[in-house]
Design a protein around this ligand. Structure first.
Ligand code: SF4
Length: 91
């Protein structure tokens, strides 16, 4: 039984100093944008992506590690990642 959490990340481009710490910690969630010379969340993390509780902890670590507090996390929804045993499941 594992839980999945749908999260969305934003980085304030006004604050980001492009130190690369977030990317070094969780490369799949952050990418360098040559146009702006800043880091941004990768497209899937920008739009919203399901992560495991462990991945969420790693993301939170990047937020705590960002020297300028530029990363914001939004929890969109949580879901149990289990075979369907919920009452009222229509499929
Ligand atoms: S850790 Fe913060 S300041 Fe450094 S690149 Fe990531 S968002 Fe930008």
């Amino acid at each position: 039984m594992s839980k999945k959490i749908k999260i969305q990340l934003t980085i304030d481009p006004e604050l980001c100093i492009a130190c690369g710490v977030c990317h070094a910690l969780v490369p799949e969630a952050y990418t360098y944008d040559e146009k702006t010379d800043k880091y941004t969340p990768t497209p899937e993390y920008k739009q919203g992506v399901f992560v495991s509780p462990k991945q969420l902890e790693q993301i939170k670590e990047t937020i705590d590690s960002c020297p300028v507090g530029a990363i914001k996390l939004k929890i969109l929804e949580t879901a149990e990642d289990e075979p369907s045993n919920a009452p009222g499941n229509q499929d």
